[in-house]
Design a protein around this ligand. Structure first.
Ligand SMILES: Nc1ncnc2c1ncn2[C@@H]1O[C@H](COP(=O)(O)OP(=O)(O)OP(=O)(O)O)[C@@H](O)[C@H]1O
Ligand SMILES: [Mg+2]
Length: 233
C-alpha cells in the first residue's frame, strides 16, 4: 500500500472541512476524488502533501507515518502535486521552472528538463517565460514540474479546470501516458475525464466519505447522484 489515511480530519473553527476520512491507495492505482464544491477535496490533497496539518487522524506513505512531516520532505519522499490554481514561477522560463522543481536537497539538478517538457506537449515552449504561457500550458508545465521529482504518488487538483476541449483531450492523453508505477489521486469535476482515467472513484460530500467503487459502480451509485444534486445522501 502506498497511501493510507486513517480517520483524517481538518476543522476550520466549527466547520469540519474533512471529517474522519479513511482511504487506501495501492502502488500505481488511478483513483479519482470527486464531490461537489466545498466537499473537502483540496483539503484532503493539502493534508496529504503536508501543506495543511490535520486536526485528527494519521497519514501513512509507503508504510511511513508522515502526519507531521514537512511538505518539502514529503516531496522528496515521492509525493508530487499540482494545484487548483497553477503555481509556476512567472518570470522563469518553462525549462527553468522544471529545473527548479527538480532540484534535489543537495543542489544537484536532475537531467532531462527538455524531455519532461516534451512529454507534456511543451517542447516548443522551453524558453518561454511561464508568465507568458496560456492557462492550459501553465497547467501542463505544472504537471511537468510535479513529475520532475519522480514521484510515486501524484496529487492532481482539477487539472482540466479552465481548459478548452482540445486541451482536455491532450490532458487525457498525458494522464493515460503517466508511468504505470505512479499512483495518482485525481481531483476533477470533469466526469468524462474521471471515468476515462480512474480505476476507482472516491466521493466526498461535506467533508465526509460517501462512496468508493469502480467507475461502473460509481456511475450507478445513488449516493453519488444525491451528492451531485446537492442533497445529503
Ligand atoms: N482556509 C480556510 N478557512 C476556512 N474554511 C476553509 C478554508 N479552506 C477551505 N475551507 C472550507 O472547507 C471546505 C472544504 O473546502 P475545499 O477547498 O477542500 O473543497 P473542495 O472540495 O476542494 O471544493 P472545490 O470543488 O470548490 O474546489 C469548504 O467549506 C471551504 O469553504
Ligand atoms: Mg478544491
Amino acid at each position: 500500500m502506498i497511501l493510507r489515511l486513517e480517520g483524517l480530519g481538518r476543522r476550520y473553527g466549527d466547520l469540519a472541512a474533512l471529517d474522519d476520512v479513511t482511504l487506501r491507495l495501492e502502488p500505481g492505482e488511478r483513483r479519482a476524488l470527486i464531490g461537489p464544491n466545498g466537499a473537502g477535496k483540496t483539503t484532503l490533497l493539502n493534508l496529504v502533501a503536508g501543506a495543511l496539518r490535520p486536526s485528527a487522524g494519521r497519514i501513512h506513505f509507503h508504510d511511513r507515518d508522515v502526519t507531521r512531516t514537512s511538505p518539502a520532505r514529503r516531496a522528496r519522499l515521492g509525493i508530487g502535486r499540482t494545484h487548483q490554481h497553477p503555481a509556476v514561477w512567472p518570470t522563469l522560463t518553462a525549462q527553468e521552472n522544471v529545473l527548479v522543481a527538480a532540484r534535489r536537497p543537495w543542489g544537484r539538478l536532475r537531467p532531462g528538463a527538455r524531455e519532461r517538457l516534451a512529454a507534456v506537449g511543451l517542447a516548443d515552449q522551453a524558453g518561454t517565460r511561464a508568465g507568458s504561457l496560456s492557462h492550459g500550458q501553465r497547467r501542463q508545465l505544472e504537471l511537468a514540474m510535479a513529475l520532475a521529482g519522480e514521484p510515486t504518488l501524484l496529487l492532481l487538483d482539477e487539472p482540466a479546470a479552465g481548459l478548452a476541449p482540445p486541451e482536455v483531450e491532450l490532458l487525457a492523453a498525458l494522464l493515460a501516458d503517466l508511468p504505470p508505477g505512479v499512483a495518482v489521486l485525481l481531483v476533477e469535476h470533469h466526469l468524462d475525464l474521471v471515468y476515462g482515467f480512474a480505476d476507482h472513484v472516491t466521493v466526498l460530500h461535506s467533508g465526509r466519505h460517501v462512496h468508493t467503487g469502480t467507475v461502473a459502480e460509481t456511475r450507478r451509485s445513488p449516493e453519488v447522484a444525491a451528492a451531485y444534486a446537492g442533497v445529503t445522501p
